[in-house]
Design a protein around this ligand. Structure first.
Ligand code: NAD
Ligand code: UFG
Length: 338
């Protein structure tokens, strides 16, 4: 009875692995370390006193993944492995297709062959494209993705739907994450972006720690409370907990289910900056810049379905998440590199 976690040394994966180990699950991680470090495993041990079994495997390659299915008694899979940079996906769309969609196909093939019935998949609010209204509900239209990364998430959702039609014993939870931020309260694991961060929170924390001079606020002429973009920032520990809720749901054999994982509340860029300053006591210098291409005014989740069907809801607020992101960054100014 083991949970296979692909991409388990990554940001969301590592936090989910900690929650799984704390709840007594047996965890097997596969990751090719293209965007994470082995040091994560030491940190997981420091937090939980346990080390998950780890295999350096590229999920795209069946011959690398097959031995894990042969060796381990996998009952459930959480599939985090994927590339996630929107900008990079515009430059290298084929790589994103091959890595994200290709690896999901390999995983499904082995799932079918080894009769593993339960899968949780990391999707994204990006599949809703440009929202016609907020909050976004799970049965709102998807498509019109503004970048190749988003398109891979949508393509994988379609793959999973086809798979569920052909495999009546499959139980699949598609989780559409909104904007994950925060870190484990130990300050031992967190988000460790390589190079210049694309996302708002790691950029803010790098300004706070002195690695970047100022934050560029991408546009202040949106139709929002203060003109800056509004998003649904969810603490990564709430997100991790959402995966455990999804595993419990899959045990009820629901077939294919889809849930938004967000807080249901929107926060603007400047509100997040203010919350971070309050939580950290550090002033964040910022400059208003032009809009970033592909960005939308507002994006936040309707979370009633996850509450109703999984009894899951977020517990942390953005101040908690800012405090925890800051602790991680302050304790690890260079991420996992000593
Ligand atoms: P991350 O980059 O920290 O983690 C992804 C992990 O997958 C990394 O450890 C990487 O090394 C690994 N990986 C990538 N391709 C692989 C492959 N072919 N074989 C084996 N391992 C591979 O990213 P994250 O923020 O933890 O995101 C996890 C998942 O959630 C991704 O699928 C991402 O698209 C999705 N998601 C993330 C966000 C976000 O803002 N962080 C939002 C919505 C959805
Ligand atoms: N922003 C800035 N300055 C920055 C970075 C971001 O002003 O340096 C603004 C953006 O314009 C946006 C907000 O902060 O208004 C959030 O931007 P992020 O890049 O942090 O997040 P996005 O909502 O653009 O995208 C994130 C993930 C995607 C995922 C999407 C799903 O990065 O992978 O959420 O909703 F698809």
């Amino acid at each position: 009875m083991s949970i296979l976690v692909t991409g388990g040394t990554g940001y969301i994966g590592s936090h989910t692995v900690v929650e799984l180990l704390n709840k007594g699950y047996d965890v097997v991680i596969v990751d090719n370390l293209c965007n994470s470090k082995l040091e994560v495993l030491n940190r997981i041990f420091k937090i939980t006193g346990k080390t998950p079994r780890f295999y350096k495997v590229d999920v795209r390659y069946e011959e690398e993944l097959r031995p894990i299915f042969e060796k381990e008694k996998i009952t459930d899979i959480i599939h985090f492995a994927g590339l996630k940079s929107v900008g990079e996906s515009v430059k290298f769309p084929e790589l994103y297709e091959e890595n994200n969609v290709g690896s999901s196909k390999v995983l499904l093939k082995l799932m079918s062959e080894f009769k593993v019935h339960n899968l949780v998949f990391s999707s994204s609010a990006t599949v809703y494209g440009v929202p016609k209204h907020v909050p976004l509900m799970e049965d709102d239209p998807v498509g019109g993705c503004t970048n190749p990364y988003g398109q891979t998430k949508l393509d994988i959702e379609y793959l999973l739907k086809d798979y569920a039609k052909e495999h009546k014993d499959a139980n699949i939870a598609i989780l559409r994450y909104f904007n994950p931020i925060g870190a484990h309260q130990s300050g031992l694991i967190g988000e460790d972006p390589q190079g210049i961060p694309n996302n708002l929170m790691p950029y803010i924390t790098q300004v706070a720690v002195g690695k970047r001079e100022f934050l560029n606020v991408w546009g202040n002429d949106y139709h929002t409370i203060d003109g800056t973009g509004v998003r649904d920032y969810i603490h990564v520990l709430d997100l991790a907990d959402g995966h455990l809720a999804a595993l419990r749901k899959l045990a009820e054999k629901p077939g294919l289910v889809i849930y938004n994982l967000g807080t249901g509340r929107g926060t603007s860029v400047l509100e997040l900056v203010a919350a971070f300053e309050k939580a950290s006591g550090v002033k964040i210098k910022y400059v208003i810049g032009p809009r970033r291409s592909g960005d939308v005014d507002e994006n936040y989740a309707d979370v009633t379905k996850a509450k109703r069907e999984m009894n899951w809801e977020s517990k942390y607020n953005i101040e908690d998440a800012c405090r925890d992101s800051w602790r991680w960054q302050k304790n690890n100014p260079n991420g996992y590199d000593e």
